[in-house]
Design a protein around this ligand. Structure first.
Ligand SMILES: *Cc1c(COP(=O)(O)O)cnc(C)c1O
Length: 458
C-alpha cells in the first residue's frame, strides 16, 4: 500500500517508512493513498473469523508488500498471547449498554491492542537491526505503559516516555514506572500532555537530532496504531448482525474514533460514531460549532482524554476538505499563527453525517460510575463512563456499543470516590505495589529533554 501526507499528496511512502517515521516530513500525518472497501460478501466472510484471523486480514491490507501475510498472522497471534482472553476483547451486556472491553492486555488499557503488535513489527521490519533505534513517545497516561510493555528488553531499542508530571493517575504512573528494564526511560515533564506531545513533535521535525538518535515514534499519530484499532470495530459490530450500530468512544487525540471512521469507510455498516469528551471539549466544539480552538488543558478525572490539540483530527480534515492537501496545510498554518481555525457550515454538515459529539463533565462521570455500581454491580473506569454519558440521549432503534478503554483498577481512587468501593486487582498487576518506581522530573523545555536523551545514550 502507498501512503501520502495530509499536507502533500504528491510524495509516496511505503509502510515501513511511515511506521518508522510516525510524522510526515512536512508535519502532516500519513494516510493511505487509497482505502479498500469490502463488498457485502467479503464482509460476511470476515464476520466468520476469530479475532486474530480477522486482524491478519485487515492489517495485511495496510502493510503489504512490506510484510508477508503468513508472517503477519504469526506475529499477531504472538502479540495477543499476553492478553487474558484469546479473543482479545470481551463484549458484555451491562444493563441496557453493550460494553466492548478493550482492556484485557498487559497494562489494562486499549492501547495494548495496537502496541503489542507494534512492538513485534519493530522486529519483523528489522528496524533496529543495523543501528539502535530510540523510540520517543508522549503519553497522557496509557500509551507510555503500553509502549513499555511492548518494547521492554528488545534488542537495540531504547524507549523514552514523556508524561505530564502529577497529571496522570497514581496507578497509571505506577505501572509505567515499574515495568521497564534498562532500555526504558520515564520522563515526568512539568507541563501538560499537549506540552509533551509538542516536545516530541519538535524533536521529530529537527532532522539533525532525529537522524542522530535514529528516532522513531509510536504515538497515536502512528498509522500502524490506527490500523490495529480498526479490527475491534469490525469484530464487535459482527456480534450485532442486522442491527443498526452506533459506537460511543472516549476520545482525546482522535485516534481510536478515527479507526472507527476508517472501518466505516471500508464498508462496515456503522450508523454513527459518538465522540465522547470530558471538559477538554475541543472536539465537541469543532464538530458542533465548527471552531477548532485549543484552550488551556483542564485536568479531569479522565486524564487520558485531557488533550486540546487533537492530532488525528487532521486526518478527518483531509477528507472533509475533499483531499485538498493545500487547504489542510493552510488550516494548520492558521492554527499555528492565529491559534484557531473555522470550518464552514457545509464542512460541519459533512462531519455530522458520521459523527455526533457530546461533552461529559467530571460530575456526570462520577454519577455514571456510581449508577453502574449500584444498579448493575459493575465497575467502569472514568473514560468508559464518558462514553456512556455521551450516548445517553441517543434514542432509537440502535445497538449502542460503548468502547471500554481502561480497566477500573487503573483509576481506583476515582472509583473509590464515586462508589466507596475497592477495585479488585486484576492478575496482570500482581506484585506491582511492591515494585520501586523509576522516573526523572524535567522542565518543559526541548533542549532539556534533548540533552537528557543524549546523556543517556552516551
Ligand atoms: C488514550 C485513551 C483514550 C483516548 O484515545 P484517543 O485515541 O487519544 O482518542 C481514551 N481512554 C483511555 C483509557 C485512553 O488511554
Amino acid at each position: 500500500m502507498e501512503y501520502i501526507s495530509t499536507r502533500n499528496k504528491n510524495l509516496n511512502y511505503n509502510f515501513k517508512e511511515i511506521f518508522l517515521r510516525g510524522l510526515a516530513p512536512d508535519g502532516g500525518l500519513f494516510i493511505p493513498k487509497k482505502i479498500k472497501t469490502f463488498n457485502k460478501s467479503e464482509i460476511e466472510g470476515l464476520s466468520q473469523l476469530t479475532y486474530t484471523d480477522l486482524a491478519a486480514e485487515i492489517i495485511s491490507l495496510f502493510c503489504s508488500p512490506d510484510i508477508d501475510k503468513n508472517n503477519l498472522k504469526k506475529l499477531i497471534k504472538k502479540s495477543y498471547q499476553s492478553f487474558i482472553t484469546e479473543e482479545v476483547v470481551k463484549i458484555k451486556k451491562v444493563g441496557d449498554v453493550n460494553l466492548v472491553e478493550l482492556y484485557h492486555g498487559p497494562t489494562l488499557a486499549f492501547k495494548d491492542i495496537a502496541m503489542q503488535v507494534l512492538g513485534n513489527l519493530y522486529d519483523e521490519l528489522k528496524i533496529a537491526s543495523a543501528k539502535a533505534v530510540n523510540v520517543v513517545v508522549a503519553t497522557s497516561g496509557d500509551t507510555g505503559s503500553a509502549a513499555i510493555a511492548a518494547l521492554n528488553d528488545r534488542k537495540n531499542i531504547n524507549v523514552f516516555v514523556l508524561h505530564p508530571h502529577n497529571k496522570i493517575s497514581k496507578m497509571q504512573r505506577k505501572i509505567m514506572t515499574t515495568i521497564g528494564s534498562n532500555n526504558i526511560y520515564n520522563l515526568a515533564v512539568k507541563g501538560t500532555f499537549d506540552d509533551c506531545q509538542k516536545l516530541v513533535k519538535e524533536m521529530f521535525s529537527e532532522n539533525n537530532f532525529r537522524e542522530k538518535i535514529n528516532m522513531s515514534g509510536v504515538n497515536s499519530i502512528n498509522w500502524a496504531r490506527i490500523v490495529c484499532q480498526i479490527v475491534y470495530y469490525f469484530y464487535s459490530a459482527f456480534k450485532f448482525k442486522n442491527k443498526k450500530i452506533i459506537f460511543s468512544v472516549p476520545t482525546g487525540n482522535f485516534g481510536d474514533i478515527y479507526a472507527g471512521y476508517v472501518a466505516k469507510k471500508m464498508g462496515l455498516p456503522i450508523e454513527k460514531l459518538i465522540v465522547a469528551t470530558n471538559e477538554n471539549d475541543i472536539l465537541e466544539r469543532v464538530i458542533n460549532f465548527g471552531e477548532y480552538k485549543p484552550s488551556k488543558v483542564k485536568p479531569s478525572l479522565s486524564p487520558s482524554m485531557d488533550v486540546q490539540i487533537s492530532s488525528n483530527f487532521e486526518r478527518l480534515l483531509f477528507d472533509v476538505l475533499n483531499h485538498d492537501d493545500k487547504k489542510v496545510s493552510n488550516l494548520m498554518s492558521k492554527l499555528l499563527s492565529e491559534g484557531s481555525f473555522k470550518l464552514n457550515k457545509e464542512q460541519i454538515k459533512t462531519i455530522k453525517k458520521d459523527f455526533f459529539a457530546n461533552k461529559v463533565t467530571d460530575k456526570e462521570t462520577l454519577k455514571i460510575i456510581k449508577t453502574f455500581s449500584e444498579k448493575y454491580n459493575f465497575l467502569i473506569d472514568p473514560h468508559t463512563a464518558t462514553a456512556v454519558g455521551a450516548a445517553k440521549n441517543v434514542k432509537g432503534d440502535f445497538e449502542i456499543l460503548i468502547l471500554g478503554t481502561a480497566h477500573p483498577y487503573k483509576f481506583l481512587e476515582t472509583i473509590k470516590m464515586a462508589t466507596n468501593e475497592e477495585v479488585k486487582m486484576p492478575k496482570q498487576m500482581r506484585g506491582i505495589l511492591d515494585k520501586k518506581e523509576k522516573y526523572d522530573i524535567l522542565e518543559n523545555n526541548t533542549s532539556d529533554v534533548k540533552n537528557y536523551i543524549l546523556g543517556k545514550l552516551s
